[in-house]
Ligand binder design. Structure first.
Ligand code: D5M
Ligand code: FE
Ligand code: ZN
Length: 471
């Protein structure tokens, strides 16, 4: 990052900044690092020196009295819990569960009428203000530029028009296939007196309640978040990892490490991958990750969920890494499914690798890989990690839709895009820490510039975060 820009950012926020801090950020920072530093400045500080930047504080030798971290409690996604449904009707079961659980979150606000009652000829709701809740089946744009969305519930389907000249049209433009939405609007008839469509006044999403507040841990403790280590790739950054690993030895205040998938690069994941591999068997790749984990302080409680490069079924929910790959891992590592909900000191973390981010970016206007925070927000609004069926994210049919965000998490932790971003949405912290591999030839083609070797540390007792970079 440009040094002048760094100074300007601090100045805009009302701070002077020391040149060592500027050098540090220019080497390994972006706007997120600056924002992290500013957010964690104590009251009364006007000049930012290395003393105010925890990542720059020299290694400490004294012991911090932080006690022993409790074991993470797996609330969802325990190894072995996702069972595929066998019969061809299974996707119906899963979508029904998605509809029921998400519709329940909106019922009080929308007071929905079954779609069958709305489309019945001569029905009593004609020309009135009505509410409905449905899953989105098709989306199109009218000749005049309005959005037309077909919605389906268990009784029928109906078209809903979102007028491009109304407030909130941007939200309507962000409607994606297979999400569950609510609408209040006017039922309109055609010249034959039959229901034609609903003209929407207000779009509703399951969303995070406005009343949601942050609920940090009552005990002291910190957790470090990362993902996409990609061990085995010739673009994995061993020196940066070593720097991070050495730093972890000094951070006795950090009791937990959460890793949201792609711990190895895998074998045969993309065409010609073999030319970019330093470690050419999957067992050796995992053995090496095991060594990296064993070199970290053993007081750490580590949780690992898989991603699309890991040696498990690609369809989501993905199972936990099987025993056969775990031989070299220390006992302080817990393997969970993708997605998973893990409780650390009463802070609930929803871990999801994030393959669906590719699909959501494609469907949401203005979305970009450089703004993955907005995609985490999109997931929270929809209370779903990956609604779109039949695109790049393979979805497994299970009894309950594992990608529904049933309970509001304190933290949502994703990866996959290799570009870090942190957001806060209605009291939920969204963290994507980035990756440990430099730009691959594939990403070069796609024009994706990664932010490697960054981690995010969260103080569980305040839910404040800091970013650290080890390039
Ligand atoms: O994903 C690394 C990055 O590459 C992430 O930003 C998504 C992007 N990616 C991965 N696969 C594809 C395809 N097929 N098309 C477009 N973009 C993609 P990783 O899971 O680590 O390979
Ligand atoms: Fe990855
Ligand atoms: Zn990935």
């Amino acid at each position: 990052m440009d040094k002048r820009e760094i100074v300007t950012r601090f100045a805009d926020a009302g701070f002077l900044v020391n040149h060592q801090v500027v050098n540090y950020i220019s080497e390994c920072g972006g706007l997120g690092v600056i924002e992290g530093i500013i957010a964690s400045l104590p009251q009364g500080v006007t000049v930012v020196t290395p003393k105010e930047v925890p990542a720059m504080i020299p290694l400490r030798t004294d012991k911090l009295n932080v006690g022993v971290s409790r074991m993470p409690e797996i609330l969802f996604g325990r190894a072995g819990s996702s069972v595929p449904l066998p019969d061809p009707e299974s996707s119906y079961t899963m979508f029904r569960d998605r509809y029921d659980s998400l519709a329940a979150m909106m019922r009080g606000r929308v007071s929905p009428i079954p779609i069958e009652a709305l489309v019945r000829t001569g029905n009593r709701f004609m020309d009135q203000q009505i509410g409905l809740v449905g899953m989105v089946t098709t989306i199109s744009t009218s000749a005049k530029g309005h959005r037309i969305v077909e919605m389906e519930d268990s009784t029928g389907t109906i078209k809903v028009l979102f007028n491009k000249n109304r407030d909130g049209f941007a939200e309507a433009e962000s409607i994606v296939p297979d999400e569950v939405i609510g609408v209040k609007g006017q039922l309109a008839r055609d010249s034959m007196g039959k229901t034609q469509m609903v003209f929407s006044d207000t779009l509703y999403r399951p969303d995070i309640p406005l009343t949601n507040t942050i609920s940090p841990s009552k005990e002291p403790g910190k957790a470090v978040f990362l993902s996409d280590i990609h061990v085995g790739s010739n673009t994995f950054l061993p020196d940066a990892w070593e720097k991070f690993s050495a730093w972890m030895q000094t951070r006795e205040d950090i009791g937990y490490m959460l890793i949201a998938g792609d711990v190895v690069d895998g074998i045969g994941i993309y065409p010609d991958q073999d030319k970019e591999l330093d470690i050419k068997t999957i067992y050796e790749q995992y053995d090496h990750v095991g060594e990296l984990m064993a070199a970290l302080p053993d007081r750490l409680k580590i949780v690992i969920s898989p991603g699309n490069h890991d040696a498990v079924r690609g369809a989501e929910p993905q199972p936990a890494l099987p025993e056969e790959f775990r031989g070299n891992f220390p006992a302080n590592v817990t393997f969970v499914e993708n997605p998973a909900v893990v409780n650390i000191q009463s802070v609930n973390v929803l871990m999801y690798h994030g393959r669906s981010i590719d699909d959501l970016i494609k469907f949401i206007p203005g979305a970009a890989y450089t703004k993955v925070g907005e995609i985490m927000e999109a997931m929270l609004k929809r209370r779903h990690l990956g609604p779109i069926y039949g695109q790049r994210t393979p979805l497994l049919s299970t009894d309950k839709d594992a990608l529904v965000i049933r309970d509001v998490p304190d933290i949502i932790h994703t990866g996959h895009v290799h570009i870090s971003d942190v957001i806060s949405y209605r009291g939920v912290l969204g963290i994507n820490a980035g990756t440990w591999q430099s730009q691959t030839s594939f990403q070069k083609q796609m024009n994706i510039t990664p932010t490697p070797a960054e981690v995010v540390v969260v103080d569980l007792s305040t839910l404040a975060y800091e970013k650290f970079c080890f390039l």
